[in-house]
Design a protein around this ligand. Structure first.
Ligand code: SF4
Ligand code: SF4
Length: 612
């Protein structure tokens, strides 16, 4: 019996995995992938499979590989940047192959909306010889997930299910099959030379891997996920979200075009493409991120000595970067029609002219009102002002997470930010090469477990003079408050051993380790100063609660009679709950009662009101 449900692409993927008989799921949160694991975790008990948030993407993949070697149907979820972390085991796995099917859900972020790269997982598929499926809507996301498990099982290969933000986060009706709890036993691990990678095995497996690419290309040529529409002589090849932009862009001029939508970009479905290009005079490739389809197509034309003009990113018809839209696609297609001297496609009158839209207020990224990170950043800012007077430069290395926002005005504290876990190592490098500097590295609690620990060991081992500030708000806040090893809870809500950050810092050899509550601004300042002044690696764990999770009953108000209008609370602290009203600051309803503004007000003009 079929059921129709209104699902987000990421939810559809989770249900696709369940429908495929999922037995094991791991992942690390990261936008836009997070809802896949969130949905799986919610359904793990109901459908009888195991699910966990792992400490990072490499660990998530390695754990799932162990499950797959034991015969379990497994999925691993991450965003595109996380794939870089997981790439080491992945590049070896591709030679070994899998036992139980193993699907890697990786979400790309054209735009980028919330990422430090705009990389394209299709290219990673080509690089690693791992097949890539690329859905364009929630129904396809569901069906392709099932197909990914089938392909993985049939060819004993890991499979990438790759989406982009607009596919992961769009909502559509999805027809689901009847979902049942997985009742198949996992066979368990059996010893085999297949699972231990040695050069001899790699030499044996590499030709098999290469041959598989041809087999998969042939299979994909017959796949229902690659389909043609239209009969025009101008061919368009597209995939993913771009397929929808193309359909809308040509909706009034369909006769001119034939469109081939590619759902299986790697291995490139060559036979399907040969069929398609035979029927058209020229080809336009429309795709976000890399010129992946275009490159594959150009190679195919060269290989078969076919002379057809291709318009895409390489001849500047379409932009090489950023997210596409219907307007961008229309503009690109019109450039080609202009070259062909064909009347351009109509750009229909917009229902609302841009000038009619009331401009939305600009809302720069900012830490939440009452966020404990603001207390820490402000404490370091105050301390660095004092130290500057002694000609000591303090350099602040940030990390990925809410604390990246320490870079935003008015705090403007963070000097570097590269990737997860990099702050500590980066600070070590700067400390060795910048005279008269003291180096502070900020890292969040989840990131500390993700990739911070090896950098702590390196700092101690190589005697780096760095101060490590662990901003521990007891959750993975940026991606939606997932648990991590420092929370004492598993993804499935079970109590577990709480891994002690201070204990790890000490056991890594850091001799100066302090813990301070972010409720105490003055203690935060003192500990920051002591840690910076300490000669050698030092660490302070700043502990508090994420303000989105733990609500205070306190509120604060400004006594207008005492306020001197110095504006420290507005212009230096930057709490979004404080605004200026006729040159006098005012605390708004959004105040969460952290008390930081009271601690910094030099006129003692801010008072607590208990709202209990
Ligand atoms: S810091 Fe205190 S004195 Fe200065 S503007 Fe704010 S409330 Fe007024
Ligand atoms: S107490 Fe002050 S700093 Fe804290 S949230 Fe309220 S207004 Fe902002």
């Amino acid at each position: 019996m079929n059921n129709k449900h209104f699902l987000m692409g990421n939810e559809a993927i989770a249900y696709g995995a369940v429908a495929a008989g999922l037995q094991f799921a791991t992942g690390y949160p990261g936008t836009p992938s997070t809802e896949v694991m969130e949905t799986l975790i919610k359904n793990a008990k109901k459908y009888n499979f195991y699910a966990e948030w792992s400490t990072n993407e490499k660990v998530a993949l390695e754990t799932a590989i162990g499950a797959s070697f034991s015969g379990a149907s497994s999925i691993v979820t991450m965003k595109q940047v996380g794939l870089n972390v997981a790439s080491d085991p992945l590049m070896s796995l591709t030679y070994l192959g899998v036992n139980g099917p193993l699907v890697l859900l990786v979400t790309d972020d054209p735009g980028p909306h919330s990422s430090q790269t705009e990389q394209d997982t299709r290219s990673f598929g080509l690089f690693s010889n791992i097949p890539v499926l690329d859905p364009s809507n929630s129904q396809e996301a569901y069906e392709m997930t099932r197909y990914a498990f089938e392909i993985s099982k049939k060819y004993e290969t890991p499979v990438f299910l790759r989406t982009t933000t607009r596919v992961s986060h769009r909502c559509d009706d999805v027809v689901l099959d009847e979902l049942k709890p997985s009742n198949e036993d996992i066979e368990g691990f059996s010893k085999s030379s297949r699972w231990a990678i040695f050069p001899k095995l790699v030499a044996e497996r590499h030709p098999i891997l290469e041959k598989l690419q041809k087999t998969l290309s042939d299979e994909f040529s017959d796949s229902k996920f690659n389909f043609k529409s239209g009969t025009g002589k101008i061919g368009i090849i597209t995939s993913g979200a771009s397929h929808h932009y193309v359909n809308e862009a040509i909706s009034n001029n369909k006769d001119l075009f034939s469109v081939l939508k590619i759902g299986t970009p790697y291995p490139f479905p060559e036979n399907k493409l040969l069929e398609f290009i035979n029927d058209v005079d020229l080809i336009i490739t429309v795709e976000e991120l890399d010129s992946f389809l275009e490159d594959q197509l150009l190679q195919l034309l060269g290989k078969h000595d076919i002379s057809k003009t291709v318009y895409g990113k390489k001849n500047n018809i379409f932009p090489c970067c950023g997210e596409y839209s219907v307007d961008i696609v229309k503009t690109g297609i019109n450039k080609v029609l202009d070259i062909l001297k064909i009347q351009k496609i109509e750009i229909s009158e917009k229902l609302i002219e841009k000038t009619d839209i009331i401009p939305l207020p600009v809302r720069p990224p900012n830490l939440c009102a009452g966020c404990m990170h603001r207390t820490v950043f402000y404490a370091f800012k105050e301390v660095s002002k004092d130290l500057k007077k002694q000609n000591i430069q303090i350099i602040f290395s940030g990390d990925i997470g809410c604390y990246t926002l320490g870079n935003a005005p008015p705090l403007e504290l963070i000097d570097t930010c590269l990737c997860m876990g990099a702050g500590i190592s980066l600070a070590g490098g700067i400390s060795r090469t910048t005279k008269n500097s003291k180096n502070v590295a900020f890292i969040g609690d989840s990131t500390f477990f993700h990739s911070g620990i090896p950098a702590v060991i390196n700092a101690v081992y190589n005697k780096a003079d760095v101060t490590i500030a662990v901003l521990d708000n007891r959750t993975t806040a940026m991606t939606g408050h997932q648990p991590h090893p420092g929370t004492g809870k598993t993804a499935l809500g079970e109590s577990t051993k709480l891994i002690d950050i201070e204990g790890i810092l000490k056991s890594c050899g850091i001799e100066f380790v302090k813990t301070v509550s972010t409720d105490d601004f003055s203690a935060c300042k003192d500990s920051s100063r002591e840690a910076i002044e300490y000669n050698g690696p030092s660490a302070v764990v700043f502990r508090g609660n994420c303000v989105s999770l733990v609500k205070s009953t306190k509120k604060y108000v400004i006594d207008k009679n005492k306020c001197t209008s110095c504006k420290i609370c507005v212009e230096r602290l930057g709490c979004p709950a404080i605004t200026l009203s006729e040159k006098i600051p005012e605390i708004m309803e959004t105040c969460t009662g952290c008390g930081l503004c009271k601690a910094v007000c030099p006129a003692d003009a801010i008072n607590e009101v208990d709202e209990k």
